[in-house]
Design a protein around this ligand. Structure first.
Ligand code: ATP
Ligand code: MG
Length: 379
């Protein structure tokens, strides 16, 4: 099996692989880029595995004229920038010690050891510079069948790093066979060990959940997560039931994790997923919109085109009432509308009286779906 694609054939990437190879070392593409190329989906980042030690990687890359960033040199990772494109190069590693959260690693000369510490068989695929795929663990048939399976014994692998529970649902949502459901052994292990997620930092949980909820259709994976008792561990009070209707209503619009998170609900999502302050404000505005009755135009005006779209779809998913015909144009109209009355239009009013009057006019304007003109409002 051979992979290809511009990301691999371009001179910038070949030159990086070549600087390691001409130093006498292995230089293998690994992980997401190989997996995605095999599936025919877009490759985002290029990860490279090598038997060269990090200092050697740096030396060879600098000699070849590349910019080198010691990203995580203690863990074996060096970023080599070639033609503006970052390449993460990580020395083969094996785990020496794990505690469920982080691992103490040692460098290794063997691809088999490097493969064995990866999470899922479909993530443990490598390729040479010419695209020839190397499959040390037999992950290729799993990938081609879109079967997500842990490398080795699922429970053992989860005890090493509980974040893998969430990665299991995330990778299934993105790359699993939607008809087939989740691997039963993996799912049972996630259910049995879900309490271990309590030890994982909220940053890491938040990052995984964003990626999961940004999948084209995360609903089956999230439903399985709820059934396994994993969802309430990380988001107490969350309810997955409106997610499938939401994805259906989206009808192929670009996925947004914020919209999906809004229909899940749950307590304290901002803190539990370590959302940024702007993200928390967005979610709060969306929650507020979900409990109200504003028209699509008003939602567009209050939340912008993106937020307004999220609110219309999320509310429809939660209530079961389809959005009104023409709602998309209405959201856009609202997003670009301007409240027609200015303070200068209300001479003689000042301070709190002025503020109250403007609010009241704004409410009337909203009740008219943003249709009333300045003259009509002031009449
Ligand atoms: P994405 O497209 O989401 O970046 P990816 O496969 O590149 O997918 P990363 O999280 O970037 O995923 O990890 C890169 C690779 O490192 C994975 O393919 C996997 O082989 C390995 N890996 C990452 N995190 C873990 C983990 N917690 N346990 C074991 N292996 C891991
Ligand atoms: Mg990656």
């Amino acid at each position: 099996m051979r992979i290809g694609g511009n990301w691999l054939e371009r001179q910038e990437t070949q030159a990086v692989l070549d600087c390691l190879a001409s130093g006498g070392f292995q230089a293998l593409l690994v992980g997401g880029c190989v997996r995605n190329a095999l599936l025919g989906v877009e490759v985002a980042d290029v990860d490279i595995a090598t038997d060269a030690r990090p200092e050697t990687v740096s030396k060879l890359a600098e000699k070849a004229g590349f910019h080198v960033v010691p990203t995580g040199i203690g863990h074996g990772t060096v970023t080599v920038v070639s033609g503006g494109i970052p390449h993460e190069i990580t020395t083969f590693r094996r785990d020496v010690e794990t505690d469920g959260r982080r691992a103490v690693v040692a460098f290794s000369d063997h691809i088999a050891e490097d493969a064995a510490r990866r999470d899922f068989t479909m993530n443990a695929l490598y390729a040479r510079a010419d695209g020839q795929v190397i499959d040390p663990l037999g992950g290729l048939p799993d990938l081609l069948a879109r079967r997500l399976r842990f490398v080795g014994d699922a429970e053992t692998r989860i005890r090493e790093d509980y974040l893998r529970i969430l990665r299991f649902f995330r990778f299934h949502a993105w790359y699993g066979d939607p008809q087939e459901g989740l691997d039963p052994e993996g799912l049972a292990a996630c259910a049995a060990l879900s309490a271990g997620l309590e030890t994982i930092s909220r940053e890491r949980i938040g990052a995984e959940m964003r990626k999961l909820l940004a999948a084209p259709d995360p609903a089956p994976a999230v439903a399985a997560m709820a059934q396994a008792g994993v969802l309430t561990r990380i988001l107490p009070g969350a309810d997955p039931r409106a997610l499938a209707p939401l994805v259906h209503l989206e009808g192929g619009l670009p996925p947004r994790w914020q919209r999906r998170l809004a229909v899940l609900g749950g307590q304290d999502r901002g803190a539990r997923l370590r959302l940024s302050n702007p993200e928390k404000r967005q979610l709060a505005a969306l929650d507020e919109a979900l409990s109200g009755m504003d028209s699509p135009a008003v939602l567009g005006w209050r939340l912008g085109a993106e937020g307004g779209t999220d609110a219309v779809l999320a509310r429809a998913a939660l209530t079961g009432a389809p959005p009104p015909a023409g709602w998309q144009a209405e959201v856009v109209r609202g997003a670009t509308a301007e409240f027609p009355v200015k303070a200068a239009d209300l001479p003689g009013l000042a301070g709190p009286t002025l503020g109250r009057r403007l609010k009241e006019l704004e409410r009337r304007w909203c009740d008219s779906a943003l249709r009333l003109s300045k003259e009509q409002l002031l009449a």
